[in-house]
Design a protein around this ligand. Structure first.
Ligand SMILES: NC(=O)c1ccc[n+]([C@@H]2O[C@H](COP(=O)([O-])OP(=O)(O)OC[C@H]3O[C@@H](n4cnc5c(N)ncnc54)[C@H](OP(=O)(O)O)[C@@H]3O)[C@@H](O)[C@H]2O)c1
Length: 321
């Protein structure tokens, strides 16, 4: 039986959205409305404690999360409501797991394109395996025009790491110096073989190891997207359809390997910021309906039936396989 509930279940629910005026926050507010949930938009001037007392859950879209995750979690704990965020910051995910394991509310960090989608795909790919030798995540983006929030987040994360890179190897996150090597990865058709940058470690490398046993997580990002991200051009995403989505397309391929066997899970779609909204709103709706709502910190892949979760978003928001 699917573990989601019909949208009628969410009527009369109210969800606070921190950073509601941001690019991603706007998609989240619209998705909540579409699901019949009443958003409570919050920003810097909001008395968060008062706003959360009136809410059934809070979704934090205000990044860099190094500054916002802990205060919003503390406010959610005082209000006794579930907390979800869309952080892409590895250090914030690990800090949240370390600091709030015993919290009396459900806390779900990184329910987003980075952190959540790869976690769900890895959970689906590993399925009944007790462990994998390696999990590989390969991202193909047609382009990447980052928002101001993404750029600010990149600067904050680089500062926290002293400019070093991070990789998940030998069962732990480790620092690496120097530039990551470029190589090639063959994505499913029609993308095919593309130049990729290796060790492009994103929040998935912090969420996956919290519940899946794999000593190595290898990551690749198409080189064109890395070049876009590093370009001086400050222009952000441009709306290209009636939902405000840009023309950017994505494909995420996760390969799990164990004892010479290989399993794959693939998702593709449009606009990495826009797709974050149905991911985090679906997680919030499930928790509000009483599914996957255990207290303490757990990732989206650990809380829900990954296949059922992704199937529900397909084909409207994602194409699987
Ligand atoms: N994991 C993923 O795949 C994923 C996907 C989408 C977004 N994200 C993350 O989400 C964050 C927001 O991205 P975005 O695209 O929405 O950026 P954005 O359009 O620049 O919006 C950022 C929002 O955060 C608010 N904000 C920033 N710092 C704040 C603070 N200290 N207190 C209160 N509000 C604050 C901003 O408010 P002001 O306008 O008042 O500054 C603005 O509303 C970024 O960290 C980004 O990395 C991650």
């Amino acid at each position: 039986m699917p573990d989601h509930m019909g949208d009628a279940e969410h009527m009369n629910k109210r969800v606070a959205v921190m950073g509601a005026k941001g690019h991603t926050g706007g998609f989240v507010v619209a998705e909540l409305r579409r699901r019949g949930v009443t958003p409570i938009p919050c920003g810097r001037a909001t008395d968060l404690d008062a706003a959360l007392l009136d809410a059934d859950a809070v979704i934090n879209c205000a990044g860099p999360f190094a500054a916002t995750a802990a205060p919003v979690i503390e406010s959610a704990i005082r209000a006794g409501i579930p907390y979800l965020d869309v952080t892409a910051e590895i250090e914030v995910v690990t800090d949240t797991f370390a600091s709030y394991a015993e919290a009396g509310i459900p806390i779900v960090p990184a329910v987003a394109f980075y952190g959540g989608l790869g976690d769900l795909l890895a959970t689906m790919a590993t399925d009944d395996w007790p462990a994998a030798d390696q999990i590989t995540i390969a991202y193909a983006l047609s382009s990447w025009r980052p928002t101001p929030g993404t750029r600010a987040t990149g600067r904050v994360s680089a500062q926290r790491r002293d400019g070093r890179r991070i990789v998940y190897s030998g069962h732990r996150l480790q620092f690496r110096d120097g530039d990551a090597a470029r190589t090639e990865w063959t994505f499913p058709a029609p993308i095919g073989t593309r130049s990729v940058v290796g060790e492009f470690t994103m929040a998935d490398s912090a969420t996956i190891p919290t519940h899946l046993d794999a000593p190595e997580i290898c990551t690749f990002m198409t080189s064109n997207a890395v070049d876009d991200l590093r370009a001086a051009d400050p222009s952000g995403p441009v709306a290209a359809d009636e939902h405000g989505r840009s023309a950017q397309t994505f494909l995420v391929e996760v390969v799990a390997q164990s004892d010479g066997m290989e399993r794959r899970a693939v998702a593709s779609g449009r606009d990495i910021y826009a797709v974050t909204a149905p991911l985090v709103v679906e997680a919030a709706c499930r928790i509000l309906a009483g599914t996957g709502d255990t207290t303490g910190v757990a990732s989206v892949g650990a809380r829900f039936d990954a296949k059922d979760f992704l199937s529900l978003l397909s084909p409207e928001h994602l194409t699987l396989g």
